[in-house]
Design a protein around this ligand. Structure first.
Ligand code: PMP
Length: 419
């Protein structure tokens, strides 16, 4: 009845719909599955780019939202104190911060990951009185002018038209191969009066670069980077927007490294149910904004608070985290098997927990594999500056059967695209 392309024309402009043009219209979703309006079923190995760690329409969270709505719980409240906000802050402290011995003040910077990143950059400038932010090759931090200025991807940066300022890009861990010590390299630049580099207010990093090609920083590199920040009095910001909330196993991706960032950015799955919500965690000594210096109409939404509070019940013990690591290991072994089976197509397998990637050495082939997978009912996307990595990122709640279904389609898609 409807041609999919016609529908897209009606819904969005050609330009805006360029990126996720899966040629169908989706109608409903549950757990790791989606259905389109013709009733076709899909396994979701994309999870809303990390916004659906607890799956689509998570039943436990849905029940809490329905109760809240039925009781006429307040939805929008600007920055007023509400019971829903209070409950979330209490639970976040009890379940997440206290057991990890982390002391942060929590701020709701707005609905998106970019909002959290912007608040972190702005605060780092205010705290240090410096204006430059150091970030990394292949980093992705958002699309607004500040967050884009620290995003490494040239095709994204072009969206700003003119060069972006107040940022320095440095090589991420592994950029020159696993032997190169990029922390010493960066320190040399800071020490050298001739390098032309001024002392940054902050260093911002992702522990696993989700958009930039699933590049994984070693725990040692993260510790060395923290030490560098301490030596130079630079704030360390960890952008855990994509790989926080359990994506790599632990709640915070930086936990196993034992580091203690000054500021942490959270969004995507912090809203529990795909509800737009972000949090910026700030060490108490940097809580320096005067009232009103960083405000906004949607600085946290009560439905997001309710969903986020229930989602935290997954973190009351370490069972969920263990399951994520076990499932991640399964995916990894499967990808390594694929890499051996298809050496002419596949290269390195990398990732941590349930964000895993397999590099495809032939130009444009990763995208073809994803398209072939879609035809067979599997939703995946590519990652990396040249879309050269097939990215596997299912909801963390996916069961054995769902994983198997998806991985089987992945293998079929490799076979179909065999060169
Ligand atoms: N930081 C990281 C690490 C991200 O992956 C993203 C989104 N892909 C963002 C920031 C921006 O988040 P949002 O799209 O919600 O603004």
């Amino acid at each position: 009845l409807h041609s999919p392309l016609k529908v897209f024309e009606a819904l969005e402009s050609e330009v805006r719909s360029y990126c996720r043009s899966f040629p169908t219209v989706f109608a409903k979703a549950s757990g790791y599955q989606l259905w389109d309006r013709d009733g076709r079923e899909y396994v979701d190995f994309f999870a809303g780019a990390g916004a659906l760690n607890y799956g689509h329409n998570n039943q436990r969270i849905k029940a809490k939202l329905i109760d809240y709505l039925m009781e006429d719980g307040i939805t929008h409240s600007l920055d007023m104190a509400t019971e829903a906000k209070e409950k979330l802050l209490e639970r976040f402290h009890e379940v997440i911060l206290k057991p990890r011995n982390l002391h942060y003040k929590v701020m709701f910077p707005g609905p998106t990951g970019t909002n959290s990143v912007e608040s972190a950059l702005k605060l780092a400038r205010k705290v240090t009185g410096r204006d430059t932010i150091m970030s990394f090759t292949n980093a992705f931090h958002g699309m607004t002018i500040g967050s884009l200025s620290i995003t490494g991807n040239e095709s994204k940066r072009k969206g700003a038209g003119i060069p972006l300022t107040n940022s320095i890009s440095m090589p991420f861990d592994g950029y020159f191969g696993s032997e190169a010590d990029t922390v010493s390299y960066i320190e040399r630049f800071l020490e050298d009066n001739g390098s032309g580099i001024s002392l940054p207010a902050a260093i911002i990093l992702e522990t696993v670069q989700g958009e930039g090609g699933i590049n994984v920083a070693s725990f040692e590199w993260l510790r060395n980077m923290e030490e560098l920040c301490r030596r130079w009095n630079i704030l360390l910001i960890v952008d855990d927007v994509q790989v926080g909330c359990g994506r790599t196993g632990p709640f915070f991706s930086f936990e196993p490294a034992g580091i203690y960032p000054d500021i942490v950015c959270l969004s995507k799955s912090i809203g529990g149910y795909g509800i737009p919500l972000a949090m910026t965690l700030i060490k108490p000594e940097y809580d320096l904004w005067e009232p009103g210096e960083h405000n906004g109409t949607f600085r946290g939404h009560n439905l997001g608070f309710v969903a986020a509070t229930e989602a935290l019940s997954y973190w009351e013990d370490d069972q969920f985290s263990r399951e994520i690591l076990e499932k991640g290991e399964k995916v990894r072994l499967f990808l390594e098997m694929l890499a051996q089976q298809y050496p002419e197509m596949a290269g390195e397998v990398r990732g941590r927990g349930l964000i895993q990637g397999i590099e495809i050495g032939v130009d444009g082939l990763a995208e073809k594999i994803c398209a072939a997978a879609f035809e067979r009912g599997l939703i995946m996307e590519t990652s990396g500056p040249n879309s050269e990595v097939v990215k596997i990122m299912p909801p963390l709640t996916i069961d054995e059967q769902g994983l198997e279904k998806g991985l089987t389609v992945l293998e079929e898609s490799f076979e179909r695209c065999k060169q």
